[in-house]
Design a protein around this ligand. Structure first.
Ligand code: MIG
Length: 816
């Protein structure tokens, strides 16, 4: 394979100094075209645009005129967009472009770039940028001693990427997922650089092969591409959160998923026939283990032909689907891109006749080997073909299917290069490109076509798409699972930094195969992995053919019991998890977060990735080693409550947590609120919408405040876009002589099916005298649904009330 070889900095010395590499040369002049600035050098130059506040785009070109087109990664609203009001300032030795938040300075003699904030502080310095005469562009950036790196999507190794080097080239890596693997299934050439208290992001929007190297040079990091343009977005902070917010405004945010997609999913390569699938579903229900989805892997198809069911194994898919739906279980079938070469197969025939497949320049379809044997590959770069592919999904939706699993879409091919030949041609809506130039877009475009097709067919219901391959912006179309991991404790641990960095890369809806895909899991590993998975955004147990079965009951009753408990916990926590997804859809903030996102000033957490936060206030510390009943947990500043024992713990230190097999350490921050719903067997069961707001560490002093804003909707349709949702605000506030507790609907166009709301104050720092306006009731009366307040054995205060649109407020009087 040719590519980044050509730009290996260790081969050619510092970029721009080698014989072959040529930089832009001395600055010549600036041309202003409306809101776009073209900076010309002796050789080529760069166009600069300001698509949004705190972001500029600089696209380098070798000669002639810059091409300002942008890839599908960029939200359409920001393609070619530039803000007005940019000031241009030219002095003897530099040109400065000044926007409201940042200024870009170009050194006239070297074309080096310096980015400063409003105060003039240097944020980023691009020392050099050079073109290789054949192809490839390479740039070096300052890397101070205290630099930390995050993002980069789906990569192995630890959270902080300093000292690593990665290639972005979507690759089907069955094995091994080890630290030295530079490329996996997803490519997100976006890196967050944090130095001191300041962070910024760089997004190199190039869907060919790109490289990010934070290892080779002592004081610089490098970002380069092998083909195509150096199309760079600088994204200002100053905090990592600011960078993530801006990056996701540029590349888009997730759509609110259907609630069922947030439940527990069960998969296997493969559940072989209709009866096995039904039996599996019945077992979940018999055993009272919640489950929303069963996956159909490749064996469901007729000779691996996509858009077919095997007539022997699945003689009546519609009846199967109906029976499953009555149990509250959905089917998500796998769809690979390869279309079997078979002149009697309608999809193949139509594809050939309507010219939907990738071709050679010289003419003729590109064929290669995948599961169905010799296959052709749809050219999703053409909107016409994507529409065709999307429409084909009516085959599934007419059978009651609302979710699709896209696999092998790197694309993976059974040949030496493991992917499509680089000289295959993509029509690309008239702007023909080679596969080498567009490789990393293939998976994204397939999932985009799928999501858009499903949407057209689902009549206002939200679809679910799961993908293995993707590129920046994939979050707009699909959730991502991290491919073929193994049932190794090491791979369970690896999933934490991987999924956390995916979250920082705009991709909050992600997760690994729980229990591990290849190799054989054990009861203990499955328990520990399920405990962790219960709090991961995407929660699916999947395993490979020829491995031990790993359904929740596969290892006996003790492990089954613990797994049931943690899957149940996931369902009880769904109101909170759904809320976090809603936040992610609005702001891009990840659902699970590395501690460094919330505690950026704490030097202990810059590379902490064996524990994580769910939202901003729940700390999850999975156990990822065998036979372990204690582990170290770092509690950041503030007070924390042990979720299991209620014990209050001071943060800013390490503690040793006890963790027998049935316990995964979890902590809730003092002053925070976690809503919990009823335990259901599937996420779209709306029969009991009662919610309990758990409030931790209430303090009877002015200044204490705990708040929560609960978003709710039907969890299934797009009606929320027409205001059909509700927002319930809860507030507990310390004041003179007691505390005020209130709830109020800020918006209530959707009404959850419930009669009661409950508030539980865990370990308040006071004793309760009374709650004005409410009766004191017994535990039994609470059980029966009475309104009132009650203090339990641990001193916790429970307040139960009818759910009223008008809301209510009470004063909690404390005993002196
Ligand atoms: O070459 O469809 O990552 O989840 O079970 C293997 C069979 C193809 C790879 C996926 C895996 C899936 C498997 N697929």
């Amino acid at each position: 394979m040719e590519g980044s070889e050509a730009i290996r900095p260790d081969k050619y010395g510092a970029a721009g100094n080698g014989e072959q590499w040529k930089d832009v040369g001395r600055f010549q002049k600036t041309e202003r075209r409306g809101d776009t600035f073209v900076l010309r050098g002796e050789r080529g130059g760069a166009a600069v645009l300001f698509p949004a506040e705190g972001i500029f785009r600089i696209k380098f070109f070798r000669k002639g005129e810059p091409d300002l087109s942008a890839t599908v990664a960029i939200d359409p609203a920001f393609r070619q967009k530039s803000e007005s009001g940019i000031e241009l300032e030219e002095t003897g030795d530099r040109v400065v472009l000044r926007s409201s938040l940042i200024a870009l300075e170009v050194d006239k003699s070297t074309f080096a770039l310096t980015v400063r904030d409003k105060e003039g502080k240097v944020l980023c310095h691009q020392k050099s940028l050079a073109f290789h005469p054949r192809s490839g562009v390479h740039a070096l950036y300052d890397m101070p001693q205290d630099s930390h790196f995050y993002g980069l999507g789906e990569k192995s190794s630890f959270l902080d990427k300093r000292g690593e080097r990665y290639t972005n080239w979507n690759t089907d890596v069955y094995a091994p997922h080890v630290p030295e693997i530079e490329a996996l299934y997803q490519s997100i050439p976006f890196v967050i650089h944090m130095s001191g208290k300041t962070s910024y992001g760089l997004f190199l929007d190039n869907p060919g092969r790109t490289e990010v190297d934070m290892r080779t040079h002592a004081e610089s990091f490098a970002m380069g591409c092998s083909t195509g343009d150096y199309d760079l977005y600088f994204i200002a902070g100053p905090s990592v959160k600011d960078v993530v917010t801006r990056y996701t405004s540029l590349t888009g945010r997730i759509e609110l998923p259907p609630k069922w997609a947030l439940g527990y999913h069960q998969s296997r390569y493969s559940y072989m026939d209709q009866e096995e699938v039904l039996e599996l579903a019945r077992t979940f229900r018999d055993k009272n283990i919640p489950c929303d989805v069963i996956y159909l892997d490749i064996h469901y198809m007729d000779g691996y032909r996509v858009f077919t069911f095997d007539p022997v194994r699945f003689p009546d898919p519609r009846a199967m689907m109906k029976e499953l739906r009555d149990m509250g279980i959905r089917i998500v079938p796998i769809v690979d891109p390869g279309v079997k070469k078979d002149p009697t197969y309608p999809v193949y025939r139509e594809g050939v006749q309507q010219e939907h497949f990738c071709t050679r320049l010289e003419g003729g379809i590109y064929f290669d080997e995948v599961w169905p044997g010799t296959s052709a590959f749809p050219d999703f770069t053409d909107d016409r073909t994507s529409k065709w592919w999307g429409d084909l999904h009516s085959f599934y939706t007419e059978n009651g299917i609302e979710g699709i699993w896209n696999d092998m879409n790197e694309p993976a091919v059974f040949n030496e290069s493991k992917t499509m030949d680089l000289d295959v041609i993509h029509r690309n809506n008239g702007d023909m490109k080679t596969h080498e130039e567009l490789h990393n877009l293939y998976g994204l475009l397939m999932s985009k076509a799928t999501a858009e097709g499903l949407k057209r067919q689902l009549d206002n219901r939200r679809p679910f798409v799961l993908t293995r391959a993707g590129y920046a912006g994939i979050q707009r179309y699909a959730a991502v699972w991290t491919g073929d991991n193994r049932s190794f404790w090491e791979h369970m641990a690896l999933a934490m930094p991987m999924v956390l960095n995916m979250g920082l890369s705009g991709l909050p809806f992600a997760g690994p195969d729980i229990g591990g895909f290849a190799h054989h899991t054990s009861g203990q590993l499955l328990v520990r992995w399920t405990q962790m998975g219960a709090f991961f955004p995407y929660f699916r147990n999947h395993s490979a053919i020829d491995t031990l079965r790993q359904e929740p009951w596969a290892f006996g009753t003790e492990t089954e019991e613990i797994i049931r408990k943690y899957i149940g916990l996931r369902y009880r926590w769904l109101p909170h998890i759904y809320n976090l997804f809603q936040e992610a859809s609005m702001t891009g903030m990840p659902v699970i977060r590395p501690l460094v996102l919330e505690y950026p000033d704490d030097p202990n957490v810059t590379n902490l990735c064996d524990q994580f936060l769910l939202g901003d206030s729940v700390l999850i510390a999975p156990v990822y080693r065998p036979d372990t009943d204690h582990r170290a947990v770092y509690l950041p500043e503030g007070a924390w409550f042990d979720y299991w024992t209620g014990e209050k713990l001071e943060g800013g230190r390490y503690i040793l947590a006890s963790c027998p097999l049935e316990t995964m350490p979890m902590y809730v921050k003092a002053g925070s609120v976690v809503p919990e719903g009823a335990l259901t067997q599937h996420a779209d069961d709306q029969t009991n919408g009662n919610v309990t707001f758990h409030i931790y560490g209430a303090a009877a002093r002015t200044g204490f405040k705990a708040e929560y804003s609960l978003y709710e909707d039907d969890g299934a349709t797009y009606d929320y876009r027409d205001q059909t949702y509700s927002r319930l605000n809860v507030c507990l506030e310390g004041k003179e002589g007691g505390l005020g507790l209130s709830y109020a609907y800020a918006h209530r166009k959707y009404e959850a099916n419930r009669s009661l709301l409950r508030f539980k104050l865990h370990r308040p720092d006071f004793a309760v005298k009374e709650v004005t306006g409410l009766a004191s009731v017994s535990a039994e009366q609470l059980q029966e649904g009475a309104e009132g307040w009650h203090v339990d054995g641990n001193g916790g205060l429970i307040i139960q009330t009818a759910d009223r649109s008008a809301g209510a407020s009470w004063t909690i009087e404390t005993a002196k």
